[in-house]
Write a protein that binds this ligand. Structure first.
Ligand code: GDP
Ligand code: MG
Length: 166
């Protein structure tokens, strides 16, 4: 099995930290220059029979608040349509208009996994429940996985959630 996985979210939610921890230990190949037609490959996690190929999605790097137009949205949406699964990363308890904007560009025809990062910052894990209820009322998610990218917590759970789609 081999599949493409986009990691999307507003700046500072922890996308780079997540990617580094996902591929960090078991890394076999990374190339900062490799390209697919629409994507830049940022890391590959290789297991015995499965390859997780993480890619950047160009439209998400250049977006600015109030600067999104139809053309830009189409670029983002089209590039996300070429991946097997999208990780939509939020920061626990935080959901602002930039998160909302990114969420509006997520494809309806691809599995999207909601990754709630920085769970280590929660004093009480029960705070997650109302947050999950609020966000999951907005769209369907293939899975919802709270993680701590920085502490490397629940990343195996995240890989298991991705696995069926690649
Ligand atoms: P990106 O802009 O989405 O790529 O976010 P970064 O990976 O650069 O992370 C932004 C900031 O959040 C950095 O200071 C990280 O150290 C911090 N951060 C990332 N993941 C976690 C986490 O799981 N817990 C905490 N407490 N901080 C995190
Ligand atoms: Mg980053």
């Amino acid at each position: 099995h081999s599949g493409f996985i986009a990691i999307v979210g507003r700046p500072n939610v922890g996308k780079s930290t997540l990617l580094n921890h996902l591929i960090g230990q078991k890394i076999s190949i990374t190339s900062r220059k490799a390209q697919t037609t629409r994507h830049r490959i940022t890391g590959i996690l290789t297991e015995a029979d499965t390859q997780f190929v993480f890619v950047d999605t160009p439209g998400f790097q250049t977006q600015h608040t109030n600067a999104l137009n139809r053309g830009m949205n189409r670029v983002v949406t089209n590039s996300l349509r070429e991946v097997n699964v999208v990780l939509f990363v939020l920061e626990a308890r935080q959901f602002d208009e930039r998160d909302q904007q990114v969420m509006g560009l997520l494809p309806q025809d691809r599995p999207v996994i909601l990754v709630i990062n920085k769970a280590d910052l929660l004093a009480d894990k029960s705070e997650l429940l109302p947050f999950i209820e609020k966000i999951s009322a907005l769209r369907h998610f293939a899975a919802i996985v709270p993680v701590s990218a920085r502490q490397g917590k629940q990343l195996d759970t995240l890989l298991e959630a991705i696995r069926p789609y690649i």
